[in-house]
Design a protein around this ligand. Structure first.
Ligand code: ADP
Ligand code: MG
Length: 453
């Protein structure tokens, strides 16, 4: 048996012993890298988190199975070997196309500015829904810090806020080179930095880092609302920059007035500059976006098909891009000739999927699966450590993903009092900012929930 066969056989046995989502998450892309003469096995895993998880949870099973096949094996070591995801091992064509599409997502982020070069004014389609925001963005580049300060863009998800604020940064970099210091940061990253600086008593570092900047761009600023220390720190940074005529650019999914947890003094600062919203693109603009995107990826679709996509997908630009990728994928991988009927079918399926509602039962089941406990454990009144965290995470997700009320959550999780639900929700919300591994778990569980819904 080659090492590859040995590992494939082992995997197929592990697959029988652990839940399917866990198997896919942790082991799907694992590899047996090496077997040494003295009986050491080296297993490569996608990332640090997978390594930690597999080491702690599955080492015993893996060791037993491997030993069964080859009793010269004495020891297993786990290493991280990059997370190049091999989604379509068997289909080289598919992999190539996926690579082409993913090339856009590849990390080419500039480490100094935090900007992604793909977001430019050139690749941004302008129409009535974003005209004002676009005009203001152009004006800022010509008049940094003086004309529209702060500049606050808001609008629903997938409508191009990140694209536009990064485009401002990229354009400034292009025009002013190193004379102007630009920094883009997502507000969650900013909050994490503040939290860890407080913990490590290194607040001075943050102060220095952000106060030396000429153009500060913070994305999704709504997440800062309610996070006391981060808001406080941001407020001081804001003032320091503002007083020195440095440019501040912010984006949010809603207007400053609609961020309920935002401190009054920050709200009035935000409202004191220029605010512009981005709304839903109309048909003409959607069509232009589709054509633009096809050009960008050097691909082509008949006009008739572009028109169907533009008329059917009305929600947001990210969704248009998603559908476009899927359609190209169907054509190029599955070799399906695209006609009107097939396109409508593909779009119909996708819309149906994304409209499907997630139920509380599904959330409970997936969390239980993830932690390999029973759904009954989650709804039981057991105080075992093993079930407390999964239960709290379930409560957190029911609130966050489904927007359920606390009394309903309490009822669902074993007829508990609503205060228990509040307590659990708040505990996880607090810890998620400090505890990297908890944060990772929750991200993975959410992915599983979306995948399974
Ligand atoms: P948001 O930050 O508002 O959620 P993004 O900026 O991430 O949205 O946009 C989602 C996707 O749609 C990105 O790939 C972006 O490039 C694209 N996009 C959005 N608006 C436009 C536009 N007007 N022209 C071209 N592409 C756009
Ligand atoms: Mg965004």
């Amino acid at each position: 048996m080659t090492t590859d066969q040995l590992w494939q056989t082992t995997l197929s046995e592990i697959e029988l012993q652990i839940s399917r989502p866990n198997f896919l998450t942790w082991l799907k892309n694992s590899q047996l890298l090496e077997k040494t003469d003295d009986g050491k096995i080296l297993i490569g895993l996608a990332n640090n988190f997978a390594k930690e998880w597999v080491e702690n949870k599955y080492h015993k099973i893996i060791f037993e199975i491997l030993k069964n096949y080859d009793d010269s094996i004495k020891k297993i070591e786990y290493v991280v070997c990059g997370d190049k995801v091999v989604i379509f091992e068997k289909n080289k064509e598919a992999a190539k196309i996926l690579d082409k599409q993913l090339a856009f997502l590849e990390f080419k982020i500039d480490s100094e500015t935090g900007l992604h070069p793909r977001y430019t004014f050139d690749s941004f389609v302008v129409g009535s829904s974003n005209e004002l925001a676009f005009a203001a963005s152009m004006a800022i580049v010509k008049n940094i810090g003086r004309k529209y300060n702060p500049f606050f863009i808001y609008g629903g998800t997938g409508l191009g806020k990140t694209h536009l604020i990064q485009a401002i940064g990229n354009e400034i970099k292009k025009n002013y080179k190193n004379k102007v210091k630009v920094k883009y940061v997502h507000s969650e990253k900013f909050v994490n930095e503040v939290v860890s600086a407080i913990r490590n008593k290194r607040m001075e570092d943050i102060k220095n880092k952000y106060r030396n900047i000429d153009v500060l761009i913070i994305d999704d600023i709504q997440f800062i609302g309610g996070k006391e220390r981060s808001e406080e720190e941001f407020f001081h940074t804001f003032n320091a920059l503002y007083e020195n005529n440095k440019q501040i650019i912010l984006s949010s999914d809603r207007s400053p007035a609609a961020i309920p947890t935002l401190h009054e003094r920050l709200r009035s600062r935000f409202e004191g500059g220029m605010t512009a919203d981005i709304t839903y693109p109309d048909y003409e603009m959607r069509l232009a976006i589709i054509k633009n995107k096809l050009q960008e990826i050097k691909n082509h679709l008949p006009d008739e098909i572009c028109e169907i996509i533009a008329s059917k997908i009305q929600r947001n630009v990210r969704e248009i891009e998603g559908i476009l990728n899927k359609i190209l994928f169907y054509r190029e991988v599955k070799n399906i000739a695209l006609d009107k009927k097939i396109i409508e079918e593909i779009i119909g399926n996708i819309i149906q999927q994304s409209n499907k509602k997630i139920s509380s039962g599904q959330v409970i089941k997936i969390v239980a699966n993830f932690f390999e406990i029973l759904t009954d454990d989650i709804t039981s009144h057991s105080r075992r450590k093993k079930v407390i965290e999964p239960r709290q995470i379930t409560i957190f997700l029911l609130r966050e993903m489904l927007g359920m009320s606390y009394p309903d959550i309490g009822e669902e999780i074993g007829k508990r009092d609503h205060t228990t639900a509040i307590h659990s929700y708040e505990k996880i919300s607090r810890e998620i900012n400090k505890n990297h591994s908890l944060n990772q778990k929750i991200i993975l569980i959410k992915e599983m929930i979306y995948e399974n819904s």
